[in-house]
Design a protein around this ligand. Structure first.
Ligand code: PBG
Length: 320
């Protein structure tokens, strides 16, 4: 390889068209998923517009506009009217997410409807599983998670995405789906989900902060990457069709490690805290929101993600 002055990397940077010819990473709306919160009572969010709560009627209107502007996929979260120890609202037939799915499905046959499968929004204590003796009981949680996934798929979900981080949940969900004739429903596993400080705004939007303790007993230690590869491998062995790394921007090395280790669709979740930091800095006049968001999302793709869950998906319809 020749060096300067024969080699000048600036030659291909001179104009926008030259740069376009050699660009390695591109963002396309096809690979973005918009998270949406559905509740019995709507709740506006002036500061973080991507994180408002919609009632089913409002969700239909919002989806009309998202679908018309080119959004291809939604990830639904539910905020139930009532919470209990058994997370009844997560798996009951007329739970809030199930109602939303039944309203959306016939109206938007082309739209990909993904659902977050977890118990934390539905338990009175806000943990992602059943609590026994002050601890989240792994094996007792599996049955409720599987029941939740089946009820979502029966109500019209195209893809179920377990985010609880219990051991064995992918296998339990796969078996339950198959037992109910839902063998065509794929599982997108939140395989490497870290116990992160960046979920703050989400927990407010979803009303899912744990009432005691934290999630470090089931979500991953931010210091570990080899363990993330193990989590992915185990989820794939249990039947995951696609895997996810979460959060995204502080974990680009984890995305890269998963990309190199597995030949499967890889998702990254650009979480609420990543979105909120840029929003707040933009409001203070310190960052340009569009430029900072596009740069962040490009970095997440460059690291190796195929699809990205992002609260900026709606903005991308005008930005791209
Ligand atoms: C549910 C869940 C959480 C997020 C997605 N699914 C919160 C948590 O684990 O506490 C966070 C998403 C975000 O911050 O945008 N378990």
């Amino acid at each position: 390889m020749s060096a300067f002055p024969v080699t000048r990397l600036r030659r291909f940077r001179r104009t926008a068209s030259l740069r376009g010819l050699v660009r390695e990473t591109r963002l396309s709306l096809d690979q973005f998923v918009m998270p949406l919160f559905v509740a019995s009572e709507p709740l506006a969010n002036e500061e973080l517009p991507g994180m408002a709560r919609f009632d089913v009627e409002g969700l239909l209107r919002e989806t009309d506009s998202l679908a018309a502007s080119g959004v291809r996929a939604l990830l639904l979260f539910g905020v139930p009217a009532e919470k209990d120890e058994e997370a009844t609202g997560a798996w009951e037939d007329d739970g809030i997410v199930q109602q939303a799915l039944r309203a959306l499905r016939p109206r938007f046959p082309e739209l990909v409807l993904l659902t977050d499968v977890c118990l934390c929004e539905y338990t009175s204590h806000g943990h992602c599983g059943v609590v026994a003796d002050g601890d989240v009981d792994n094996d007792r949680s599996l049955e409720l998670l599987a029941r939740t996934a089946v009820s979502h798929a029966e109500a019209g979900a195209d893809v179920v995405a377990p985010s609880d981080m219990m051991d064995g949940r992918v296998g339990a969900i796969r078996e339950a789906l198959d037992d109910h004739g839902l063998e065509r429903t794929p599982i997108l596993a939140y395989s490497a989900k870290y116990a992160s400080a960046f979920y703050g705004p989400f927990r407010e939007a979803a009303d899912s902060a744990p009432a005691f303790g934290d999630r470090r007993g089931y979500q991953m230690d931010p210091a570990n990457v080899r363990e993330a590869v193990r989590e992915c491998k185990i989820d794939l062995a249990e039947g995951a069709d696609a895997i996810m790394i979460k959060p995204a921007l502080p974990y680009l090395d984890v995305i890269r490690a998963a990309r190199e280790a597995f030949q499967v669709p890889l998702a990254a979740y650009n979480v609420s805290g990543e979105y909120a930091m840029v929003k707040a800095a933009a409001r203070a006049g310190w960052l340009d929101e569009r430029a900072a968001a596009l740069e962040s999302l490009t970095a997440i793709k460059r690291a190796g993600a195929d699809l990205i869950v992002s609260y900026w998906t709606k903005d991308l319809t005008t930005w791209l």
